[in-house]
Design a protein around this ligand. Structure first.
Ligand SMILES: [Ca+2]
Ligand SMILES: [Ca+2]
Length: 267
């Protein structure tokens, strides 16, 4: 548990709490809502420095308020939409538990789920933008991981690769863990780093200048074949995971390492 108050922009984040304007006020838990069996945490409108040394500094981006899923979408939640979907197995170990995150879903599948979820629940749900995802995953921190820079503390906060050359930090899960098995970040979100990497809305363009200077609610529209994934998975070694790290995959294909969480736009 973080002991310090971290101030970024107009807000202070304090161990699961937004403490109000820096230097003032009473700590107040971030608002949460629930729709269609999915828990969402309300992110305030705010600005932050996006990007990192490995991928380039995007600069200060500003976001309108949004609600983001506390957990990755699970098999049980996705099967309400597509009862015949199967997440399969990895290395002979099942990925199909009801509380495990859904995987083997393409970006197109994730977008279809968000559209179905919106219709079913009378809300406006979608994938997070890359900028929203990174803001929520950082939860006010500026370090490479939301728990700091330490590799050794990773096993408390993230399900990463156990069976690797750097098998020094067994976290108890060789494949996907039931969502919420690891400690949350300061905003109350679980499994942002690790468990499954997460599809975001953005098309993939390399480079820190990909938003073309539009840094209010920035997004790279899709259109090409590639979409961005964030956070790394149970199949990534701890040494490579960073809160700003990004990679991509073809929009039409699912893999055992990738799932998603939803954002709900405020009305
Ligand atoms: Ca693991
Ligand atoms: Ca994740």
């Amino acid at each position: 548990m973080s002991s310090g108050r971290i101030c970024l922009g107009a807000l202070c984040v304090l161990a699961g709490l937004i403490a109000g304007p820096c230097g003032h006020g009473t700590a107040q838990e971030l608002a949460s809502t629930r729709a269609g069996g999915v828990d969402f945490v309300r992110m305030p409108g705010d600005c932050y420095e996006m990007g990192g040394i490995d991928v380039g500094i995007v600069g200060e981006v500003c976001l309108s308020p949004f609600d983001i899923g506390r957990y990755e979408i699970t098999n049980a939640q996705f099967n309400a939409f597509r009862p015949d979907h199967r997440s399969g197995s990895f290395g002979g170990i099942s990925l199909e538990g009801g509380d495990q995150p859904v995987v083997n879903v393409s970006w197109n599948d994730a977008v279809a789920y968000a559209a179905w979820f919106s219709r079913e629940n009378g809300v406006s749900a979608r994938l997070p933008t890359e900028a929203e995802w990174e803001y929520a995953a950082r939860a006010g921190t500026r370090t490479a991981r939301f728990w700091g820079t330490s590799d050794e503390r990773a096993y408390r906060f993230a399900n990463l690769r156990d069976r690797a050359a750097d098998y020094r930090l067994p976290d108890g899960f060789e494949v996907t863990a039931p969502v919420g098995s690891f400690e949350a970040n300061a905003a109350g979100l679980h499994d942002t780093i690790g468990n499954v990497s997460e599809w975001v809305q953005d098309g993939f363009i390399a480079g820190a200048d990909r938003f073309g200077g539009a840094l209010q609610d920035p997004v790279v529209p899709g259109g090409g074949p590639l979409r961005v994934r964030r956070g790394g998975s149970f199949d990534d070694p701890v040494r490579i995971v960073r809160v700003w790290a990004r990679d991509f995959y073809a929009a039409g294909f699912g893999v055992p390492q990738t799932g998603f969480r939803l954002v709900m736009e405020e009305k």
